[in-house]
Each structure stands twice: as structure tokens, then as C-alpha cells.
Design a protein around this ligand. Structure first.
Ligand code: SAH
Ligand code: SF4
Length: 395
């Protein structure tokens, strides 16, 4: 961690309260949207068309005010405004790192906070989004893991993070303007706070919305979901989301992985490898990313590198190995492996025929790097009832 202060830190508007009794249209699937429109007076015969129109306004043009939906009759727009809102998470602070990385602290219903990180690169821009406030898992090297799970994010709060970033990057197209193919926000990684496969339905619905061609329209190949290894949900990820998969592997023996990634006690390395080997999308062009955090003296030996390759080869998994220099956080019980050690480890993997990029650490000066995210909300897990009251949703 560098002690340098961030270049900018804006404190933006305070959160608006969700107007009582109104339904947020963000995060609903097309079917759900159609159903709430009918429930609130849209004639059934028109519902499909209205759903398409409203969908485009929200997700293609980034409109938040029904009054701007100019292809709808004035009276109908007023009726919509009476019953619905288009709400996304509120940005509380925005920090911009020396390297251009942006970290947003967003407030969601109930006063909770999640962090979202935007990482600009030469040929792409990646948004790292969160799926939960806190995490139920307790990976010993992860800052988020020291925070209890507060609650799952709703689909609205997940896709809302993408919409929030597009607002900040000023990247909504204007009707009639030529299509800009080089997007500032071109890729999504579900690598922020939380375990996405423990919030499967909301993550799936949000990603489906992000992929919808009449909206944000991100290709499934530009979305990567990272999991610590929730084995029973891996096949479903391919079937129901279809995005790329990254796996927090981090250790080559069960003994070490049990400590680093404790979910390994539930589903061990063999079970995980079996699930990965049958990930139906895995092919040479859509390889599975093995994330491997480099911890000094813990998992970074030459033997580890060889064992890692053996595991992948034994199951014939099309893979690339992403080496992540450990990002330290206050009180962390580990140290980052030396650059020489990381390079030596990478070389062994490379010579075995696998890509072994070393992840560049981004946004460290603002604690935006992998595993450094942790919001200040340190509340205990909420009851189902409290969550329903907060989000207005019953799942
Ligand atoms: N819960 C999911 C996704 C979020 S973590 C998962 O575990 O995969 C995103 C990535 O950052 C994971 O590979 C995680 O292991 C890694 N990570 C966590 N803490 C880290 C740290 N302090 N330094 C480097 N990488 C870290
Ligand atoms: Fe949770 Fe992932 Fe951190 Fe593990 S690494 S505690 S699964 S966020």
C-alpha cells in the first residue's frame, strides 16, 4: 500500500430515499417488467411493446425520468411516474488513483455501502462489481472476508453499478448519434465484494440485463465471474449466464487450500477440478482463468507451480493462470512474494504451455486493488424480514 493520498476524492450527493410504495423498474427481467406494467394498468395487448420501449429507454439510453420517454403518450408517462421509479445505487465518494483507476463507494437501500472499481487500460475498460455486502466466506488473505455478510445485493443493485459507472464515464449514447464501438466500459468482472455464486439468481438476472442486445449490450465473453469454488453452481453458471469463469484457486494442496480458501473443506480440489473440466464453455478460446494469489512462503514454491500444472493437465482443462501479487491490507497475516519469486513461478507455468500473466496491481493508493475492498458497514447479518423491508423484494 502506498501512503500517498488519492489525487481526487469527491463527496457527491447524499442518498435520496426511495419514494414510498413505488416499484423500481431497474433489475427486473423482461417478463417481470411486463408483469408489473400490466399490474399497474398497462393493457395486456400493449404490454409487450411498452416493455420493449421502456427497456430501451432505461438500458440503451440511460434515461431515469419517465418524462423523457418521448415515444410514449404524455398521460401514460405520468401514469408510469406515479407507480414506478428508475433507481440505481447512489455514489457517495469517488476516488481517482494516480493510474486512472476509479473507486466508487456506493450507497444502497438500508444505508449499506459497496465498492465498485473502474480500471482503464489501453484497449479496454473493466468494471469490477460487487455481488454482496461483505461475504459469508472467510478466505484468510482477503479483506472482504473479514467483513460479515450483511446481505445479498438485488439484481437492481448489481446492474445499477454498471449504470452508475456509465453515468460517471458519460457513456450513454445519444439517439441518432453514430454508434461508438470503442467503449470506455467494455468489460465486467464479478470480482468485487462477495461470492457471486451465493447470490446466483440476482447475479444471473443482472448479467442477463447487461448482455441484452437492446440495452447495455455487453457480450457474454466480456463478462467474467470469479468464484471461490461453489461447485454445485458452476454448471448452472455456464447454462444460465454463459459468461467466462475465473476460479480463486490459490493453493495446490488441500491442506493449504483449506486455510486460504476455507470453502475447500466443503468442496476440495479434486471436486473443484471435476466441475471445471465439465464447464461446457471451456474451450481454447474461452479458457478458465485460474487466479493464484502469491503469498510469500505459503503457496509460491516451485513445487507448487509444478503441482498446479499437474492438476490442470490431469483434467485437461483449457486454462490460463493469472498470478496476483498479494495486496496487503491493515492487519493482513501474509506478505507478498518477491518479484523474483513471482517471475520464477510464472516461468514454470509458461514453459508448461500455459499463459501466466502477472496481474498488474491497480489503484493500490486508494485501496482499490483486489482483495482490498471492504465497506465500513460492519453490521451483523440481517434477518430475511429486514432485507425484504429494505429492498422491497421478497427473495
Ligand atoms: N468471491 C469471489 C470474487 C471476489 S474476490 C472469489 O473469491 O473469487 C476477487 C479475486 O481477488 C479473487 O481471486 C480473490 O481471491 C482475490 N483476492 C482477494 N483478496 C486478495 C488480496 N488481498 N490480494 C490479492 N488478491 C486478492
Ligand atoms: Fe469472499 Fe472471495 Fe474474499 Fe473469499 S476471496 S472472502 S469468497 S470475497
Amino acid at each position: 500500500m502506498s501512503p500517498k493520498a488519492p489525487i481526487t476524492q469527491d463527496v457527491l450527493t447524499l442518498p435520496r430515499k426511495l419514494p414510498e410504495g413505488k416499484i423500481n423498474l431497474v433489475g427486473l427481467t423482461r417478463d417481470q417488467l411486463r408483469a408489473v406494467l400490466i399490474e399497474h394498468g398497462t393493457p395486456e395487448k400493449q404490454a409487450k411493446m411498452r416493455t420493449g420501449q421502456i427497456w430501451q429507454w432505461i438500458y440503451q439510453w440511460g434515461v431515469r425520468d419517465f418524462a423523457e420517454m418521448t415515444n410514449l403518450a404524455k398521460a401514460y408517462r405520468a401514469q408510469l411516474a406515479e407507480n414506478f421509479v428508475i433507481e440505481i445505487p447512489e455514489v457517495v465518494t469517488r476516488q481517482v488513483s494516480e493510474d486512472g483507476t476509479r473507486k466508487y463507494l456506493c450507497r444502497i437501500a438500508g444505508g449499506h455501502e459497496v465498492e465498485v472499481v473502474y480500471i482503464p487500460e489501453e484497449d479496454r475498460g473493466t468494471l469490477c462489481i460487487s455481488s454482496q455486502v461483505g461475504c459469508t466466506l472467510t478466505c484468510s488473505f482477503c479483506h472482504t472476508g473479514t467483513q460479515k455478510l450483511v446481505r445479498n445485493l438485488t439484481a437492481a443493485e448489481i446492474v445499477g453499478q454498471i449504470m452508475m459507472a456509465r453515468d460517471d464515464l458519460d457513456e450513454w449514447p445519444t439517439p441518432g448519434a453514430p454508434k461508438d464501438e470503442t467503449r470506455l466500459l467494455s468489460n465486467i468482472v464479478l470480482m468485487g465484494m462477495g461470492e457471486p455464486l451465493y447470490n446466483f439468481e440476482n447475479v444471473r438476472d443482472a448479467m442477463k440485463i447487461a448482455m441484452d442486445p437492446e440495452g447495455i449490450s455487453l457480450s457474454r465473453r466480456r463478462i467474467t465471474l470469479s468464484t471461490s469454488g461453489v461447485v454445485p453452481e458452476i454448471a448452472r453458471t455456464a447454462e444460465e449466464i454463459g459468461c467466462l469463469l475465473a476460479i480463486s484457486f490459490h493453493a495446490t494442496t488441500d491442506e493449504t487450500r483449506d486455510v486460504l480458501v476455507p470453502i475447500n473443506k466443503r468442496w476440495n480440489i479434486e471436486e473443484l477440478l471435476q466441475a471445471l473440466a465439465s464447464y461446457p464453455n471451456a474451450s481454447n478460446s474461452e479458457r478458465i482463468t485460474f487466479e493464484y494469489v502469491m503469498l510469500d512462503g505459503v503457496n509460491d514454491s516451485d513445487e507448487d507451480a509444478h503441482r498446479l500444472i499437474d492438476h490442470i493437465k490431469r483434467y485437461n482443462i483449457p486454462a490460463k493462470i493469472n498470478l496476483i501479487p498479494f495486496n496487503e491490507w491493515p492487519g493482513a497475516p501474509y506478505k507478498r512474494s518477491s518479484n523474483n519469486r513471482i517471475r520464477a513461478f510464472a516461468n514454470i507455468i509458461y514453459h508448461a504451455g500455459y499463459a501466466s500473466p502477472i496481474r498488474k496491481t491497480r489503484g493500490e493508493d486508494i485501496m482499490a486493488a483486489c482483495g482490498q475492498l471492504k465497506s465500513a458497514t460492519e453490521r451483523a447479518r440481517k434477518s430475511r424480514k429486514q432485507i425484504e423491508a429494505e429492498t422491497g423484494l421478497s427473495r
